[in-house]
Design a protein around this ligand. Structure first.
Ligand code: G6P
Length: 373
C-alpha cells in the first residue's frame, strides 16, 4: 500500500533511499571502543578461524556480485584465496572443500534453494559455512555454522538494492575480522578502514541528494536504447555486472556487463554508432594506473560512436573529455567504492523502468526469492 511505501512511488525507490541506513545499520554494534571488530553472533571458534586457508563465496544474482566485491577486499586484507561461485555451478562440480575452507553463503532472503543446496553440500564435506543474510531465522542462516546478519531491513522490491550494499559491508566486516584474528593487518590499519566505512553512508547520501536529477535526465535521453554495455575493472567489474543486471531485470533492456580489459577481446565488436556504454571509472588519485586504462576504454568506444555514461569520482581530471554523461561520486577508498558507484546505477534502472511504464517492484517473470532449484 501507499503507506508502506512511506510516500515513495515504489518500494524500489524507498529502498534505494535506504542504502545509507542499510550500510550504517550493518556496521552498528560490530566494533568496540578500541576499534576492534566484534562479531559476537558468529559462533565459530577463533582457533577455527585462524586455520581457514580458503574462502568460497556461494550465492546467486545480486548477492554473487557482493561476493565478487568481497574477493577483492578479503584477498588484499587477509592474503588467503577467495573464490566466488554461483551456487548452482558450485554444487554440481565436485568442488574442493576441506575443514579449513570457509564457505560464505550470501543471500538476502535466506531461502534461495540453489544457495541452500550449495551450503548443505559444503557442510557434508566438512567445511564450515557462514551465512550473510538479511532475513532473521531463514533456512540458510539456520543451516549454517554461523551467520552475520545484514541489517538492511525488509526488502520488498524484487530487484535487490539496499540488501546489496549491506551484503558488501558484511563481507568487509568478515574480511577485517579475519585479518584481525589472523594478524594479517595492523590494528591501526583495521581501525582506519572502519573509520572510512563509517563515512560511507554520508557519501551514498551525497549521491542520492546530488545525482538523482542527473541520472533521471540521462534515463530520459536513453529511453529508446535497445541494449546497454556496462564495463568496469577491479571492484568496478562487479558493479558493472550489477548495473547491467538491474537494468535487464526491471527495464527489460538487453544488457551485458563485462570486465573493461575484455573490451578488445570481443565486446568492442558490438559497439556501433549510438550504442550506450556505461563505464565505472576508478579513481585517478594515487597515480592509479587502472584509471588511465579505463579512460582509454571510454576513448575507444567513443571513437566508434558510442554514447558514453561514466560513473566517476569528483575531481577526475580526464573523464569529462570522453564521457557524454557523468554520474559523480564523492572521493572514497577504492576498495569501498562499490558502495557508492552502484547507487546511480540502481537509480538509473529504476528511472528507465518507470519511464517505460513498467512495474518496478514486480518485474515480469521474476520472483523475489527462488525457492526451487
Ligand atoms: C532472485 C532475485 C534476485 C536475487 C537472487 C538471489 O533471482 O530476483 O534479485 O539477487 O534471487 O536472492 P537471495 O535472496 O539469495 O539474495
Amino acid at each position: 500500500s501507499a503507506a508502506e511505501k512511506g510516500g515513495w512511488p515504489s518500494f524500489m525507490d524507498k529502498e534505494i533511499h535506504e542504502d545509507p541506513e542499510a550500510v550504517a545499520n550493518t556496521l552498528l554494534g560490530r566494533f568496540d571502543d578500541q576499534g576492534d571488530i566484534v562479531l559476537d553472533e558468529v559462533h565459530i571458534g577463533l582457533d577455527v578461524f585462524r586455520q581457514i586457508d580458503k574462502i568460497i563465496v556461494v550465492a546467486c544474482g545480486t548477492a554473487s556480485y557482493a561476493g565478487m566485491v568481497a574477493k577483492y577486499a578479503i584477498e588484499h586484507w587477509v592474503r588467503i584465496p577467495v573464490e566466488v561461485e554461483l551456487a548452482h555451478e558450485f554444487r554440481y562440480r565436485d568442488p574442493i572443500l576441506t575443514p579449513r575452507t570457509l564457505v560464505v553463503a550470501i543471500s538476502q532472503s535466506g531461502e534461495t534453494m540453489d544457495t541452500l543446496m550449495a551450503l548443505r553440500h559444503a557442510r557434508e564435506q566438512g567445511s564450515r559455512v557462514l551465512a550473510i543474510c538479511n532475513t532473521q531465522g531463514a533456512s540458510i542462516p539456520r543451516e549454517s555454522d554461523a551467520v552475520l546478519y545484514t541489517h538492511a531491513g525488509p526488502e520488498i522490491a524484487v530487484a535487490s538494492t539496499k540488501a546489496f550494499v549491506a551484503q558488501i559491508v558484511a563481507a568487509y566486516l568478515l574480511g577485517l575480522y579475519l585479518a584481525q584474528v589472523k594478524g594479517t593487518m595492523y590494528r591501526d590499519e583495521i581501525r582506519h578502514i572502519l573509520e572510512q566505512l563509517k563515512d560511507m553512508p554520508q557519501k551514498i547520501q551525497w549521491v542520492l541528494d546530488n545525482q538523482a536529477g542527473n541520472v533521471e535526465q540521462a534515463a530520459k535521453r536513453m529511453i529508446n536504447a535497445h541494449s546497454f554495455l556496462f564495463l568496469g575493472r577491479h571492484v568496478g567489474y562487479p558493479v558493472a555486472l550489477e548495473g547491467a543486471l538491474k537494468l535487464k531485470e526491471i527495464a527489460y533492456t538487453f544488457t551485458e556487463g563485462f570486465a573493461a580489459g575484455e573490451l578488445k577481446h570481443g565486446p568492442i565488436a558490438l559497439v556501433d554508432a549510438g550504442e550506450p556504454v556505461v563505464v565505472i571509472v576508478p579513481s585517478a588519485r594515487g597515480r592509479n594506473i587502472l584509471h588511465n586504462k579505463v579512460i582509454s576504454g571510454i576513448e575507444e568506444v567513443k571513437a566508434r560512436g558510442a554514447f558514453t555514461i561514466a560513473v566517476a569520482e569528483l575531481g577526475d581530471p580526464d573523464v569529462e573529455q570522453y564521457a557524454d554523461v557523468v554520474f559523480w561520486r564523492p572521493v572514497c577508498p577504492t576498495l569501498l567504492s562499490p558502495l557508492v558507484d552502484v547507487v546511480p546505477l540502481q537509480l538509473f534502472a529504476m528511472d528507465m523502468a518507470m519511464l517505460k511504464g513498467y512495474d518496478v517492484d514486480k518485474p515480469r517473470n521474476l520472483a523475489k526469492s527462488v525457492t526451487v532449484e
